[in-house]
Design a protein around this ligand. Structure first.
Ligand code: C2O
Ligand code: CU
Ligand code: CU
Length: 542
């Protein structure tokens, strides 16, 4: 814990120095966030030297240039977690979380934390490829210097198997997670650590991996499948994983690198129509995905599997942190190229000045796609109905009015006084930066909400802060009913199963949800820095 206290202390010094100098926030904060030069020595007069000083105070190192990791290699297939069982219907495997050194920047090894030794292959946790009905038994070995857990993001696993922060696995310990995947659970999920106040760090050091649950009767089984697991990496110029700075804590950490299956800007060759599964495994980065121009694709799935009907003709798709999607990408009629891009998305990142936000980050290329349609490729069609999805609640009948209601309110408080007080913060993360749910920070001994198992409820999630926050609820898939903002209510235009939904500032998102198992479930903002800072709460299911 000593390191953590040190971090809190240096952050508080940084915050204090920020206010002491009353920097012109909008400009210098923006520089500070993406800043990669530290040549100026700290000074007291100009705003430029004052932000250099903030950096010095925080000990934020000089960052590596955006081109430091080579690009252009063919997209690597994910590693696959080996099933150690030969029994039908049983998937048994071992996941070791451990420090690993890998060379990402030529000549400079980076110390990462990874699942498996990853001596070769993508620096992403191995793919857990399983089927509905399987019993999954994963032996987790914690070789990290910190307690950890494995959380099965989105899967309907029993609460005591879900890697909650209340059930840490100590360094050196082993823990077996066991669950059975129910019918209807086919979809695109992921796993990542969920220890109290250390999730952000463990994920940004490399701990996250994909899960695919397959259905016996998958209407898109004939499509060749491609996996794109997006992660975010922030490296110092010496190739070490940079620590979080104050802006990372406030807005969620974004690195200078967005990796696809662990590589920067890989090349994807598409010779026939393909089904892509997409994961946003970054701490905080929003991915407004596009193939450029008016090139269209078809969305066929969300977090919890296939939609009822495909959504054709999309030119972009927003994946908030933690979200997944399935799309069908067409090879087209003739050879062409495209750049898979994270287009600019304004999530209203904050500055230290009230009411001011940073401009949206510029678009970022993620992968180069080369379409070389093969004349021999089998023609495949996406059926007009993918699978039936029954609405949990129909908004027209009285069920919706009778359903129990729950309210979740996101709020934030930037306490200037606390931020000024150096040393006032020996026990926690940055002082004075409060991200709350229903007016409180996470407290593992407090139950925020209670639900009955099997009872469909309507939750309204209201964002009373100045920035976007992705809401995530454990243990189930929910349906978005409608979104309200500025007095305008928009019913959700399609049926889908989700476990994560973005909520914009001033917006209220209404969902229908039901829990099947008794026990404690977490719900939180999936910007992992916010989760660690306390934007999380416990739902008790009775
Ligand atoms: Cu992916 Cu509680 O998180
Ligand atoms: Cu989760
Ligand atoms: Cu948040």
């Amino acid at each position: 814990m000593i390191r953590r206290e040190f971090l809190a202390r240096t952050l508080s010094v940084a915050v204090a120095s920020l206010f002491a100098r009353n920097v012109s926030a909008q400009h210098s904060m923006h520089d500070m966030h993406g800043m990669s030069d530290m040549d100026d020595m700290p000074g007291m007069s100009s705003s430029h030297s004052s932000h250099a000083n903030q950096h010095a105070a925080q000990g934020t190192p000089k960052l590596a240039p955006e081109t430091a990791i080579p690009s252009g290699a063919p997209l690597a297939a994910l590693r696959t977690l080996r099933n150690e069982s030969s029994e039908p219907g049983v998937f048994r495997a071992t996941l070791v979380a451990q420090p690993v050194r890998r060379q990402l920047m030529p000549g400079h090894p980076t110390a990462l934390w990874l699942y498996g030794d990853a001596a070769q292959g993508p620096i992403v946790g191995p793919l857990i490829d399983v089927r509905e009905g399987d019993t999954v038994e994963i032996r987790f070995v914690n070789h990290l210097p910190q307690p950890s857990t494995i959380h099965w993001h989105g899967l309907p696993v029993p609460p005591d198997q879900d890697g909650n922060p209340m059930n840490p696995v100590a360094p050196g310990e082993t823990h077996v997670y066991r669950f059975t995947l129910p019918p209807g659970s086919a979809g695109t999920y992921w796993y990542h650590p969920h220890p109290h106040m250390m999730s952000a760090e463990q994920v940004f050091r490399g701990l996250a991996g994909p899960i695919v649950v397959r259905a016996a009767d998958d209407p898109l089984a004939a499509f060749p499948e491609r996996h794109l697991f997006f992660t975010d990496l922030k490296l110092a110029s010496d190739a070490s994983v940079a620590p979080n700075d104050m802006m990372d804590w406030m807005n969620g950490r974004e690195g200078q690198f967005v990796l696809v299956n662990g590589a920067r800007r890989p090349r994807i060759d598409v010779a026939q129509d393909e089904r892509w599964r997409l994961w946003n495994g970054g701490n905080a980065r929003y991915l407004r995905l596009s193939l450029g121009g008016n090139r269209t694709f078809t969305q066929v799935g969300t977090d919890g599997g296939l939609l009822d009907k495909p959504r054709d003709g999309l030119t972009e798709l927003l994946l908030a942190p933690g979200e997944r999607a399935e799309i069908v990408v067409r090879a087209g009629a003739q050879a062409s190229t495209a750049v898979l891009t994270a287009a600019a998305y304004d999530r209203r990142k904050m500055t230290m000045t009230e009411g001011k936000s940073l401009p949206a980050d510029p678009a970022k290329p993620l992968a180069d796609v080369r379409f070389t349609p093969s004349s021999t490729a089998a023609a495949r069609t996406v059926p007009p109905t993918l699978r039936p999805i029954a609405p949990l609640l129909s908004s027209t009948d009285s069920a919706a009015d009778k359903a129990p209601r729950k309210s979740v309110v996101f709020s934030e408080e930037m306490d200037m006084t606390a931020m000024h007080r150096p040393g006032a913060t020996m026990s926690a993360l940055p002082p004075g930066m409060q991200f709350m749910i229903n007016g409180a920070r996470f407290d593992s001994s407090r139950i925020a909400l209670t639900s009955r198992r099997g009872e469909v409820e309507v939750w309204s999630i209201e964002n009373r802060t100045d920035m976007d926050h992705p809401f995530h609820l454990h243990g189930t898939q929910f349906q978005v009913i409608r979104r309200e903002r500025g007095g305008v209510a928009v019913p959700e235009p399609y049926l889908a199963w989700r476990d994560t939904v973005n909520v914009q500032p001033g917006e209220t998102v209404r969902i229908a949800t039901v829990q099947r198992d008794a026990g404690e479930r977490m719900f939180h903002c999936h910007i992992l820095e916010h989760e660690d800072l306390g934007m999380m709460a416990t739902l008790k299911v009775v």
